[in-house]
Design a protein around this ligand. Structure first.
Ligand code: PEP
Length: 281
């Protein structure tokens, strides 16, 4: 994946009819965690209404607290995938936390006749889970979204990406999602989107930004602009090729990270502003 490692490696790829490269932009708005069919349907309907074909949907959730909701797991896959097919969603970014989840996803998609596609997401807590990375790297059916580790160096996270490629899967997108700081204020994480051009310079990977998990709240500036919106714009202006962002029809009823979710009525302006940022820079 690194430019210095092998000049013959291609930048970008096509998956399920969607182009991922270092020059275009794909927006993955969706639910941090799948909860009830009604919310998934509302989210996907809104995306379809705006011509979006990608989303994020968490089924397997890595939680800090073992007593917190851990995600519906494989139980929700059939209806999430069916709804995605119904709404023309071509790619779902879905985190996995164990290699057995690859088979669960694959079996379910196969059984349903592959109504949609899945991008396997590796979360920040698993960036250096080398056995998981190797297992994901050994399969070439699904592309991978690798999150930067929130407490390790950039170079260590880029080496984690190389684990995927060295096992055979070079369809990798690298995601900046903020770094832990001692104070943890005012944002949940230190927004690190100034590193977008650095990653693009150092590697051939398309770069994603996750403004929701970086900012971690619905705080807004005195002029009424949400910090999540500001952060997204910073990432896109810096050259991001993908945005992973939390929306929810009823954030107060979300089972994970409701306080950072944007509202459905904010979706049209969000999409328009972000596309404008990308097109004009
Ligand atoms: C997520 O995107 O749902 C998530 C848990 O992100 P991160 O791994 O960056 O914390």
């Amino acid at each position: 994946l690194g430019r210095h490692r092998d000049d013959r490696r291609q930048s970008g790829f096509n998956y399920n009819g969607v182009e991922f490269s270092q020059s275009n932009l794909n927006i993955f708005a969706g639910l941090c965690a799948v909860d009830v069919p009604e919310h998934v349907d509302m989210m996907m309907q809104a995306l379809e209404d705006h011509g979006e074909v990608c989303t994020r949907m968490g089924a397997y959730k890595p939680r800090t607290n073992p007593y917190s909701f851990q995600g519906h797991g494989k139980g929700c896959l059939p209806w999430v995938f069916e709804k995605a097919g119904k709404h023309g969603i071509k790619v779902i970014a879905m985190e996995i936390t164990h290699e057995s989840h690859i088979e669960e996803i694959d079996n379910c998609l196969e059984k349903l006749g592959r109504p949609t596609g899945v991008m396997l997401q590796v979360g920040t807590r698993n960036t250096q889970n080398f056995e998981l990375l190797k297992a994901i790297g050994r399969q070439s059916t699904y592309p991978v979204l690798l999150k930067r580790g929130f407490g390790i160096t950039l170079n260590e996270s880029l080496n984690a990406a190389e684990y995927l490629a060295s096992e055979g899967n070079a369809n990798v997108i690298f995601c900046l999602r903020g770094m832990k700081t001692e104070a943890g204020q005012p944002h949940r994480n230190m927004v690190d989107f100034a590193h977008v051009p650095a990653v693009k310079r150092l590697t051939r990977m398309p770069v994603c930004v996750d403004p929701s998990h970086s900012v971690g709240s619905r705080e807004q500036s005195p002029d009424g602009i949400l910090d999540v919106m500001h952060a997204t714009a910073q990432g896109v202006v810096a050259g991001a090729n993908m945005v992973l962002v939390d929306f929810h029809p009823k954030p107060e009823r979300a089972l994970v990270d409701g306080p950072q979710a944007l509202l459905m009525n904010e979706l049209p302006a969000y999409l328009e502003d972000i596309r404008l940022c990308h097109d004009t820079w």
